[in-house]
Ligand binder design. Structure first.
Ligand SMILES: NC(=O)c1ccc[n+]([C@@H]2O[C@H](COP(=O)([O-])OP(=O)(O)OC[C@H]3O[C@@H](n4cnc5c(N)ncnc54)[C@H](OP(=O)(O)O)[C@@H]3O)[C@@H](O)[C@H]2O)c1
Length: 328
């Protein structure tokens, strides 16, 4: 196989970010799209100049036209279609959140193990040079001992009617939607899941959390705070506090403005920009999949990490719902 033949499983809005990334990737080609209706698939294929339009997801999975599928379905369908795709012999890049329960993640990993195919979570920011540089600075000890991380992802939802994020049965809620980014970043810094969590949430008329905040307690008394929201102006931030300095990332989870949004604050009160080469945000996850499929390279984001993200989010929701400290 010289190139990975990609298929889009649904006509999701997020595809608009994946399509340029697949096309820009050196060894990937976009060949198909599937939708729940032939009409929608055909119209989408025409708009985006995609060769084949399938009238159902299963039809694409049964065909020999694609090697890998990108799953941008509502959250409650991630596990079901990931398992079906792997059982049909297709590699899978599945959107975040990977699934809504640890049991679902375990079923996805079991299907991956049984098939020997590639499965990865589409956490695009993890592949970006800024994230890797921050990780490197922390690993190199440039901040000293890290004892606290604060991470935020908020936005004001403009399109509320029919939005999958506001439907409880679809895995709606700000924590599942954007709070997973702070959870993921904190886990990357701390090297694993927390020992225990506490949390508070504001549940709107929609029945989902529209504001969420959680506290996470890690081994060696390292602490973190995460927040997410659907009702506040857009804001993303990560601050990593060490004994020798603080690293702040003003655009950790979204496209950077000019590559100068990461700052190091020293103990002497000085601040310095850490310049990051700008790279298309979604390209890294596609290149990583292509390399895993074509070269057998290990995926950059391990499935155990994805499992721990879900485990942590489930614990945070339980803590908010019960008003108790939840131990993992
Ligand atoms: N990584 C990122 O930057 C990022 C950004 C945005 C979203 N996401 C993730 O991507 C996923 C999709 O988000 P989105 O905003 O693109 O969603 P969306 O535009 O609402 O698309 C979801 C698609 O799922 C299909 N679908 C199947 N069953 C459905 C149902 N019962 N109700 C509604 N749609 C159904 C539909 O495609 P057909 O009609 O063609 O079958 C629909 O177009 C979510 O998991 C979200 O967390 C990730």
């Amino acid at each position: 196989m010289a190139n990975v033949r990609w298929g889009l499983l649904s006509t999701a809005d997020i595809n608009k970010d994946l399509i340029p990334a697949i096309r820009a990737s050196e060894r990937g080609a976009l060949v198909a799209v599937a939708s729940r209706s032939q009409e929608a698939a055909t119209a989408y294929a025409k708009k985006w100049e995609i060769r084949t339009a399938f009238s159902s997801y299963q039809e694409m999975l049964d065909s020999n036209e694609v090697d890998a599928v990108y799953i941008g379905l509502p959250n409650h369908l991630h596990a079901e279609w990931t398992v079906k795709a792997l059982q049909s012999g297709k590699h899978v890049l599945c959107e975040k959140p990977f699934a809504l329960t640890v049991e679902e993640v375990d079923a996805m990993i079991a299907a991956r193990n049984a098939s020997g195919l590639v499965l990865a979570e589409a956490f695009m920011y993890r592949h970006h040079p800024q994230t890797k540089l921050a990780q490197q600075w922390i690993r190199d000890g440039r901040l000293g001992d890290v004892s606290l991380v604060r991470a935020v992802h908020c936005y004001k939802m403009s399109q509320r009617d029919g939005n999958i994020r506001l439907t409880p049965e679809f895995g709606g809620g700000s924590l599942w939607d954007v709070g997973v980014y702070p959870v993921s970043f904190v886990q990357m810094v701390m090297g694993g899941p927390p020992e225990r969590v506490s949390a508070e949430q504001f549940i709107g008329e929609t029945g989902v959390d529209e504001v969420f905040t959680g506290q996470l307690h890690y081994a060696d008394d390292k602490l973190a705070q995460i927040s997410s929201s659907f009702i506040n102006p857009s804001h993303t931030l990560v601050e990593v506090f060490g004994t020798e300095g603080r690293l702040s990332l003003n655009r950790p989870f979204v496209r950077m403005d000019d590559g100068r949004e990461m700052l190091f604050h020293g103990v002497d009160g000085s601040s310095k920009e850490v310049v990051v080469p700008e790279t298309p945000l979604y390209l890294g996850e596609v290149e990583d999949m292509n390399a895993a499929i074509l070269d057998g390279a290990p995926s950059f984001l391990a499935l155990e990490e994805s499992r721990n993200h879900v485990r942590t989010v489930v614990a945070l929701y339980e803590a908010a719902r019960t008003g108790t400290i939840v131990t993992l």
